[in-house]
Design a protein around this ligand. Structure first.
Ligand code: 16G
Ligand code: MG
Length: 555
């Protein structure tokens, strides 16, 4: 009987969200993405998947509606697992099948069969819970309703709307909710401002009079959800004066248009709303859902060109600081891993390796980096585009707590004790669920303050090798298969030989080719000793990709 009831509930609900004609949806590197007006069925069905995920795990799952740095007309949907990370990859084929089921009946059959195979208790014997959030896109509200209806088409499943949030906030809430710790938005804000204050207070006394670290920071909110959240957090921030621009308020411009971390990193140009009055001031940029962060500074007399501090340099700053604290705490043996992708600038990787750090590469996409970082006591990961965080293992956290309380009672105020307390503050400040532009921003600021470093000093850590990215539209991008964290093409094999031959012509040459996970293009990355050689390497490899696979080079 319960089975019949479940079947009719699914059918009734699915009829209201028909699949648009002729479209195929694919759960890519960051969930489903499409034009927002075409996504209702996909979000509805993702609601069903999120509810099943909750039933399967016996915990609360999450669903967030956002298309991150993409244009305002796009939207997307992503599912969070109970620990706050991305949905387990083994469920992606099911999510794809569900999203593309041609009619309500095949959808319902798919769901019932999957539940049977996976031993998921349907029928209401067990309850399910999904936390929902969306960003500020105009299509978000209707899509949220679609998600709610998808969730409630599973008997016993409840949707809890957490409101308009950044993606990392939702991931953080899901994680804390399941741990039974504080999980509201004001808890999130308080955790950031309190741990930021602790870390600022632990700066060496001699830095207090240093003028090097300007107290002012200008932040580009991409006209997305992050700017408004930062306005809230900054009310409780001491020791830093934050000016938020592109907050999405009336008259400030469109989401991600001419602004945001993706724009700033790719164009190396100041976002709209910035001008020569801002010369000399440290600036940061968030993306549309605030899970990417880059820093920059305007270069004088260049018409708003910028000096960029990308994810690689943020990673390097975090690595140096953590390594320094650990070096004072020999009683805390720690396996430290630094995770990058092939997009990391070669100069950054060399710099990190020269610090004696273990650097590992994974394919592009947060889920791969995150998974790798979990293998370490402390796993630091960042993509060059500014998405990253620092993960601490449970064992490390409990040892750190022990060491910290022992030092606090035996050697209060000592350098060792302060190093342990700094690490504790870092573990509280940086988001443990996913890369978070807001918590990352405050960690950067607190570290610069602790080290007494100017923006310039941070920029000068190493000099990026010149690089060039191109994309090529081909007939079928899946014809390219890669290996070794996307650094080598294995199919078509002739292509890698051509890449090797081209690369060998340039000093410090490096080049790789990969199919995009979010766009119908093949991406090419090249770096070399000079900008001309990086350009020329990228262009010649693009020609080869073109002649082997297709047509149309786009800058
Ligand atoms: C998505 C990924 C990002 C990756 C980018 C690559 C998440 C949350 N985001 O934005 O990590 O760098 O895709 O895009 O995983 P591409 O495959 O089109 O180059
Ligand atoms: Mg994003």
């Amino acid at each position: 009987m319960a089975g019949d009831q479940q079947l009719s509930l699914l059918l009734d609900s699915a009829v209201r969200f028909p699949l648009p004609n002729g479209l195929r949806f694919s759960y890519g590197t960051s969930g489903f993405r499409s034009d927002g007006s075409l996504l209702a069925s996909t979000v509805h069905r993702s609601g069903i998947v999120a509810a099943l995920r909750s039933l399967k795990t016996g915990s609360t799952s999450g669903l967030v509606i956002t298309a991150s740095h993409n244009p305002v007309c796009d939207n997307g949907v992503k599912i969070a697992d109970p620990d706050g990370s991305m949905m387990d990859q083994s469920w992606e084929p099911f999510a794809n099948a569900v999203a593309n089921a041609p009619d309500p009946n095949s959808l319902a059959q798919l769901v019932l069969q999957f539940a049977k195979d996976e031993e998921i208790p349907l029928g209401g014997a067990q309850s399910a819970e999904v936390l929902l959030a969306r960003d500020t896109r105009p299509t978000g509200e209707a899509l949220l309703e679609a998600a709610k209806q998808g969730i409630s088409s599973i008997i016993g499943a409840v949707a809890i709307d957490m409101g308009v949030l950044t993606t990392p906030e939702l991931h953080w809430m899901v994680r804390n909710w399941n741990k039974g710790t504080k999980a509201t938005e004001s808890d999130y804000f308080a955790q950031i401002s309190n741990s930021f204050r602790s870390l600022m207070e632990l700066a060496p006394n001699e830095n207090l009079n240093l003028n090097a670290v300007e107290k002012k920071l200008i932040v580009d909110g991409a006209n997305g959800v992050g700017g408004a959240k930062l306005e809230e957090i900054k009310k409780n921030i001491i020791g830093l004066e934050i000016d938020v621009r592109n907050t999405g308020k009336e008259g400030e411009g469109l989401l991600n248009e001419g602004c945001g971390a993706d724009f700033v990193q790719k164009e190396k140009f100041a976002p709209s709303g910035f001008c020569s009055d801002d010369l000399g001031i440290r600036c940061a940029s968030l993306d549309g859902d605030a899970d990417r962060l880059v820093f920059f500074r305007l270069i004088p007399n260049t018409n708003n060109k910028i000096e960029l501090v990308d994810g690689d340099k943020i990673l390097s700053l975090f690595a140096i600081f953590i390594q320094e604290q650990l070096s004072l705490l020999e009683e805390l043996p720690t396996r430290l891993g630094v995770i990058q992708t092939a997009y990391a600038n070669g100069a950054a990787t060399d710099y990190l390796r020269n610090l004696g750090l273990e650097v590992i590469f994974t394919p592009t996409g947060v889920k791969y980096l995150h998974e790798k970082a979990l293998e370490y006591d402390i796993g630091l990961y960042f993509e060059a585009n500014g998405h990253g965080t620092v993960l601490f293992s449970k064992e490390f956290l409990s040892q750190l707590e022990l060491v910290n309380s022992e030092l606090t009672s035996k050697l209060p105020g000592s350098e060792k004790q302060r190093a342990a307390s700094r690490l504790v503050a870092v573990t509280q400040l940086i988001n443990q669920a996913v890369g978070d532009a807001l918590s990352g921003l405050f960690l950067v600021e607190a570290i610069l303050h602790n080290k007494g470093w100017s923006f310039q000093k941070w920029c000068d850590l190493y000099q990026d090798l010149p690089s060039r990215q191109l994309k090529v539209k081909v007939a079928d991008r899946t014809a390219i298969e890669t290996a070794d964290a996307e650094t080598r093409v294995v199919k078509p094999s002739a292509l890698q030989e051509l890449i090797d031959t081209e690369t060998a012509k340039y000093t410090h040459g490096r080049c790789f080719v990969r199919p995009s996970g979010t766009e119908d293009v093949v991406r090419i990355y090249a770096e070399a000793a000079t900008q001309d050689s990086a350009d020329s390497l990228a262009n010649s490899v693009a020609q080869h990709v073109n002649s082997i696979l297709g047509f149309d080079i786009k800058a």
